[in-house]
Design a protein. Structure first.
Length: 140
């Protein structure tokens, strides 16, 4: 009986160690916010700085990118370059987040276009409404 318990315990340990959760290092998470600004409507922002309407990130494979809008507008996301990403539905609604995982090395380009005009949402902007672009370089 003791031998069976020992074998069972050893099997559980081996199975746990073989699973990705057992020994994997946590993936890096990068957080971006789409912020409404008066000049041309939107910019990418981190928790510490404003990146502008066109931003570039350099990350490692496995990085998770979390994009949240602090603007009351909805956005349509599209990939224009790079290995195919699992973007899901193109539309992200105000107040929700989108998670994108960059599994393969390469150069990725994404766009985020607001669905409504600023006037439709009761917002004030100076200049034409912009489309956000994001370039992500994934290097091993």
């Amino acid at each position: 009986m003791k031998r069976r318990r020992l074998v069972l315990a050893l099997a559980v340990v081996v199975l746990f160690a073989a699973t990705p959760e057992g020994g994997a290092v946590a993936a890096t998470t990068v957080r971006l916010v789409i912020s409404h600004v008066v000049s041309h409507c939107h910019v990418w922002r981190t928790s510490t700085k404003t990146l502008g309407a066109a931003a570039r990130l350099v990350v490692k494979p496995g990085t998770r990118l979390v994009i949240r809008s602090d603007c009351p507008m909805d956005f349509d996301f599209a990939q224009t370059k790079g290995p195919p990403l699992a973007l899901g539905a193109p539309r992200t609604y105000a107040g929700t987040s989108r998670v994108i995982v960059f599994r393969k090395a390469g150069l990725y380009r994404l766009t985020a276009t607001n669905v409504e005009t600023p006037e439709e949402r009761g917002l004030v902007t100076l200049g034409d409404t912009n489309t956000l672009t994001l370039t992500v370089v994934v290097r091993p």
